[in-house]
Design a protein around this ligand. Structure first.
Ligand SMILES: [Ca+2]
Ligand SMILES: [Ca+2]
Length: 774
């Protein structure tokens, strides 16, 4: 989700994934996809403290020293791409040296999560047409760099569009069932044709991808039904102001009730036409971004129609003897559910209907609006796999975060442009009579993953590709994610394993220095050093403790506590294990200011945001786990000099609506994991500062600006009387998740005081502000 209507926001696409080639659908209907029986025991298997086992982790090791070899590679950019790391060895946990490490990663194979389906991009007409402006040799080189698992990034999941999306090279927009003049309906689909895809080299591109990555899989989405199946007989979107509003729109073009069945058959005809050309499409999405209020190809489809269409598609697919999966939703987190909003579409309601629930194999999401945790909630609530079918976020940290939130796949949207960032036909305009040729001439997206220079017929890629390859090259549909500890000291992780307990760990080090990490799995561990600012992937055969005959560890309860914002408080977790297994403490989510020692269970609280925290902690012996919740009340205090005032810790705000956008954005690149977005002139946020001594201080604003241009005098700090104390410009930082510090000076009186961060203009994200002694 980006503020200034980043094109992305609207570039829709739907996707889903599938692991067709491999057979087994991704654990439909089961939450814990794993193949082992050793499922996570989320609750406490042994209630009560009836055990006499010693408190604290017991150590039982055979002193055999080195066990499995751990091989690794890392990427920190194009110069260091997929480079080997020194081999390290698993030890029994007592012989890896007691030496301190900067971070501990706890793997809990007793908590199996989602099956992996892949990372990749869309084969929209714009991207494909740009790839076909390369020489054949250069095009081969580009495809290999993107998809070849040996020499390239290994992308394996691709999204096709069923007819025209918003991004095309050659106008006009089209469906697969365009009717000749004088014909108004085609229930027999006799005018159906995918010839346009053939002419646009979409099939050729699929073939090229298949040549270099035989494991590639494909899903497909339609942006709209053909015009004749709609109430307004128009393929592109058509919007109107909501009655009584001057700013909010709705989509006028709806699916005709009597066309639900023929639209489902239209999908099946597409699947059959592609199959005839040797392209297996293993998943359909119900419709790209249903109901979005845009004028590019789009369609409204009510909740009731979504239910009926889902059932109709499933029926038509099965009648055709196909096993194609159906992904529903294919829209933002926010549109599925948002507990804080009265305006969300709440499309999760389609699952109120048992038949729809049965017809749906997965839920597809886009990230442009709402809280990504909705994915994990949806997975847990429905048991359906969740997929990121369309995203413009190229941050590998976000990919890692989304996999931790149970996404099975990650498919980027429209990632190949020409040297100017064209040719595209996306627009935020609500003008139904828009000049699409003009939009195509003027709409530029300069910083996508692949840039094709149409003059030299060569291409370049963004540096993020290499870190993405640290996932895609090594993880495949044979892998299921296993739960693991949250980010600690700048090191985050996501862990997968296959049926044979071969593990793949991706560790991200956001520190500017190499960071030592211990990776703990049951009674074993290994140590490694993750290079600075890099993503590293480790592979080894794990020794997963057997659940047979095991007694699960038991965590003692911790009473609720109240602490002061910015002050430090210690808690201690204690656990027992009847088998005296080696235990590790971990948390899957830790808010900023909370840390946990994996070995001792010591919890340190130094919260930066006031309010209620519901912390969950776990202990595992590798075969089972136990979890407790601790309620922490953080009493608000003024931010002292030297501490960050997180943007999200505001005490008051004006200009943002709580019922609408989530302007507090989750962002792994931001301090505290959150930032304030959607800034605009006149909006403001207030913070309480506690200045011990009057004086002139350094004032730091941590900001991101993805507009591509500096925002002059964008933000000011004002005192309680409204006087401007300081004002700064926000440079182009290169992206909405790319933060930089802007410094100025400010003179403040002593004492507690409320200051206002005032948006003189918009066009930036705010992560935090901080006063420091000069
Ligand atoms: Ca045990
Ligand atoms: Ca922040």
């Amino acid at each position: 989700m980006r503020r200034t209507f980043t094109a992305a926001a609207v570039m829709t696409a739907a996707a889903g994934l599938v692991l067709a080639a491999v057979g087994q659908p991704a654990s439909a209907g089961r939450l814990m996809a794993g193949n082992d029986a050793q499922r996570a025991s989320a609750g406490r298997p042994l209630a009560g403290n009836d055990l006499q086992a010693a408190a604290g982790p017991a150590v039982v090791g055979d002193q055999s020293g080195r066990r499995a070899a751990v091989t690794g590679t890392y990427s920190s950019g194009p110069a260091q791409a997929w480079q080997p790391l020194p081999t390290t060895y698993v030890t029994d946990g007592t012989s890896d040296g007691a030496g301190g490490v900067d971070a501990t990663v706890v793997i809990d194979p007793s908590a199996l999560r989602q099956r992996y389906t892949g990372i990749g991009f869309s084969l929209d007409e714009t991207s494909v047409s740009n790839l076909w402006k390369l020489t054949p040799a250069e095009r081969d080189r580009a495809i290999r760099l993107l998809v070849d698992p040996k020499t390239g990034a290994g992308f394996e999941r691709f999204r096709l569009t069923i007819g025209s999306p918003d991004l095309i090279e050659h106008l006009p927009f089209w469906s697969y069932d365009e009717l000749p003049a004088g014909v108004t309906e085609d229930f027999g689909l006799k005018y159906f044709s995918i010839e346009r895809d053939v002419d646009a080299h979409i099939i050729d591109t699929v073939k090229l991808i298949q040549r270099y990555n035989p494991r590639a899989t494909f899903l497909a989405s339609a942006w709209s039904a053909p015009a004749w199946m709609k109430t307004n007989n128009r393929f592109t979107g058509e919007v109107a102001l909501l009655p009584g509003s001057t700013t909010a729109y709705y989509q006028v073009g709806k699916l005709r009730d009597d066309c639900i069945d023929v639209f489902a058959r239209y999908y099946v005809k597409f699947l059959q036409a592609y199959a005839k050309l040797g392209v297996k499409v293993d998943a359909l999405t119900l419709l790209n971004e249903p109901g979005i209020d845009v004028v590019y190809p789009a369609m409204d489809i009510s909740i009731d129609q979504q239910k009926k269409l889902a059932v109709a598609i499933k029926r038509a697919v099965e009648r055709a003897g196909l096993r194609t999966e159906l992904y529903v939703h294919d829209f933002n987190f926010y549109d599925w559910r948002d507990p804080n909003s009265t305006q969300t579409k709440n499309y999760h309601r389609i699952f109120d209907d048992p038949q729809t629930r049965r017809a749906a194999d997965a839920i597809a999401f886009h990230p442009y609006w709402g809280d990504p945790k909705v994915m994990r909630d949806a997975y847990e609530q429905t048991g359906k796999p969740v997929h990121m079918t369309e995203t413009n976020i190229l941050s590998p940290a976000t990919i890692l975060e989304y996999f931790r939130l149970d996404a099975s796949s990650y498919v980027m949207w429209a990632q190949a442009t020409d040297q100017d960032g064209g040719t595209l036909h996306w627009t935020p305009s609500k003008d139904n009579n828009i000049d699409w040729a003009e939009v195509g001439r003027t709409m530029k997206w300069p910083n996508r993953l692949v840039k094709v220079n149409t003059t030299t017929q060569t291409f370049t890629v963004r540096d993020e590709l290499y870190a993405m390859g640290q996932f895609a090259k090594y993880v495949g549909p044979e892998h299921v994610r296993v739960e693991s500890s949250a980010t600690v000291n700048g090191v985050s992780n996501v862990i997968f394993k296959d049926r044979g307990d071969r593990f793949v760990a991706i560790l991200a080090n956001s520190n500017a220095t190499p960071t030592t990490v211990r990776v703990v799995l049951g009674g074993e561990s290994f140590k490694t050093t993750v290079p600075a600012n890099s993503f590293a992937t480790y592979r080894w055969k794990g020794d997963v403790p057997s659940a047979r005959g095991n007694h699960a560890p038991v965590l003692g309860g911790v009473p609720d506590v109240a602490v002061d914002q910015y002050s430090t408080t210690q808690l201690k977790l204690t656990a027992t294990d009847r088998d005296r297994d080696r235990l590790a403490y971990y948390a899957t989510d830790l808010p900023a200011g909370v840390s946990l020692d994996a070995r001792t269970g010591a919890v340190t609280l130094k919260p930066t945001v006031a309010g209620e925290l519901k912390l969950k902690f776990r202990v595992t012996d590798g075969a089972a786990n136990d979890e407790i919740a601790v309620q922490v009340t953080v009493r608000p205090q003024g931010t002292p000099v030297g501490e960050k005032a997180e943007a999200e810790s505001y005490v008051a705000q004006s200009g943002w609506t709580d019922g609408g956008a989530d302007f507090v954005e989750n962002n792994p690149a931001a301090s505290g994991g959150k930032n304030i977005g959607w800034t605009a002139p006149g909006k403001w946020l207030q913070y309480r500062l506690d200045v011990a001594q009057a004086g002139t201080y350094d004032l730091e604003f941590r900001v991101a600006n993805g507009t591509g241009a500096v925002a002059p005098d964008a933000v000011s700090l004002r005192d309680s009387a409204g006087a401007v104390l300081a004002k700064v410009s926000v440079p182009d930082t290169g992206g909405w998740a790319t933060y930089q510090s802007v410094h100025t000076q400010v003179t403040l009186p002593a004492g507690e005081q409320v200051v206002t961060v005032f948006c003189e203009t918009g066009g930036f994200n705010l992560d935090y502000l901080k006063l420091s002694a000069r």
